[in-house]
Write a protein that binds this ligand. Structure first.
Ligand SMILES: Cc1cc2nc3c(=O)[nH]c(=O)nc-3n(C[C@H](O)[C@H](O)[C@H](O)COP(=O)(O)OP(=O)(O)OC[C@H]3O[C@@H](n4cnc5c(N)ncnc54)[C@H](O)[C@@H]3O)c2cc1C
Length: 356
């Protein structure tokens, strides 16, 4: 019997385990044989404080100091690029992302392969690479050091609530807990359904990635994270290569996501329009699911019909950068402390917003 069972061993579940373990007995139940196998193993590994809606940005902001202190952020910088026909969208977007416009000479000084048709660029320096493996290992170690149990290969297959708490059947045997945290990523609505509860209208969307050799043999290590107007593609250096994403958002049912060749090809074509170097080889591709609630904010809090069922879901494209603040809010709401976030933000994250 645990105080808390967490279903899901991605960044959401592991960060919550680390926060709760000093205060409660915690068991994490992960279906796969390894942690962070799904979305948490497939991200672009960025920290952009002004990415997401106002509620998401509150979480980004509240978690920034922790991420800096944990040593998981390293400077990358960001550059938005626009062709001459994209000026209108560029002007609408770059200030909202906290970018400032630079000359094309400056832009080409940083990224020498920009095509002549790229006519506008805007940057900000305080955008960071986020070491996702290091962050997960840090949360995992902290959870284990404080007595948490982490079970892999333990898919939850049946969830029942009785007078003595939750009964959860898994591939590795039964578990009992007073509180169940649903951190099941793209499967969060399915886990709720297993527990006999309504979902939150979660929608997983596929996002794909391709790793390509450094264009023209350039040293790309100092290049910024580059983004197209309307998030139609993005690219960033990754261990001496570039990763390029079509920034696709195709709705899917939860599954072990893999990329569609055509989506990758179209995304690489959009990247090629911006640069002077064609893509001659794709080294590897992958895809993951970014799962959103209808209003694109995370869902953190007790279920309105069953308070012993706690939602930690809908991390969308921000699960890593929001994780410190989301996990601390989870701890506060479960242990009864006053959350550090303001009341409006806590309400905007609560699952109660779907039952009003
Ligand atoms: C291409 C891409 C780029 C991204 N870039 C960024 C970025 O730059 N910065 C950022 O912050 N975020 C980014 N994200 C988003 C981030 O990766 C996700 O928000 C985050 O990983 C979600 O974490 P999670 O723990 O909620 O889900 P997951 O990592 O999917 O974990 C959920 C886990 O629950 C388990 N599970 C499901 N059902 C059961 C069950 N019945 N029993 C037991 N276990 C179960 C699954 O096996 C899974 O491991 C990106 C995502 C993608 C796909």
């Amino acid at each position: 019997m645990s105080d808390v069972v967490i279903i899901g061993g991605g960044i959401a579940g592991i960060s919550a385990a680390a926060e709760l373990a000093p205060h409660a007995s915690v068991t994490v139940i992960e279906a796969e044989d390894a942690l962070a196998y799904h979305a948490s193993g497939r991200s672009a590994a960025m920290f952009l404080q002004d990415y997401g809606n106002a509620t998401v940005r509150e979480l980004n902001r509240a978690g920034a100091a922790f991420l800096h202190e944990a040593g998981v952020l390293s400077p990358r910088g960001m550059m938005m690029l626009a062709r001459s026909d994209e000026s209108e969208g560029f002007e609408a977007e770059f200030p909202a992302l906290g970018l400032h416009e630079i000359t094309m000479d400056e832009a080409r000084g940083r990224v020498p392969i920009l095509a002549p048709q790229v006519t506008r660029a805007a940057t900000r320096d305080d955008v960071f690479d986020l070491d996702t493996d290091m962050l997960i290992q840090r949360f995992r170690r902290s959870a284990l050091d404080n007595g948490a149990e982490i079970l892999t290969g333990a898919r939850a297959t049946k969830i029942t609530h009785r007078s003595d708490g939750w009964h959860i059947e898994t591939a590795k045997g039964p578990h009992r807990a007073n509180t169940l945290i649903n951190a099941a990523g793209a499967w969060a609505d399915q886990v709720a359904a297993m527990a006999g509860l309504d979902g939150i209208g979660l929608q997983p969307y596929r996002r794909s990635m391709a790793r390509i050799p450094a264009p023209g043999g350039h040293d790309v290590s100092g290049w910024p994270f580059m983004d197209g107007v309307g998030e139609t593609w993005y690219a960033k250096p990754d261990a001496g290569k570039l990763i390029v994403s079509p920034a696709d958002e195709d709705p899917m049912s939860p599954f072990d996501a893999w990329p569609d060749d055509m989506v990758i090809a179209e995304g690489l074509a959009r990247w090629e329009e911006m640069v002077t170097t064609p893509v001659t080889r794709v080294e590897t591709t992958w895809a993951g699911l970014r799962s959103f609630a209808p209003d694109r904010a995370l869902v953190i809090g007790r279920d309105s019909a069953q308070p012993a069922f706690f939602w930690l879901a809908a991390q969308g494209g921000y699960g890593f950068q929001t994780s410190p603040a989301a996990a601390r809010l989870t701890r506060a709401l479960i242990t009864g402390e006053t959350p550090e976030l303001d009341g409006a933000t806590v309400a905007a994250l609560s699952p109660q917003r779907f039952s009003a």
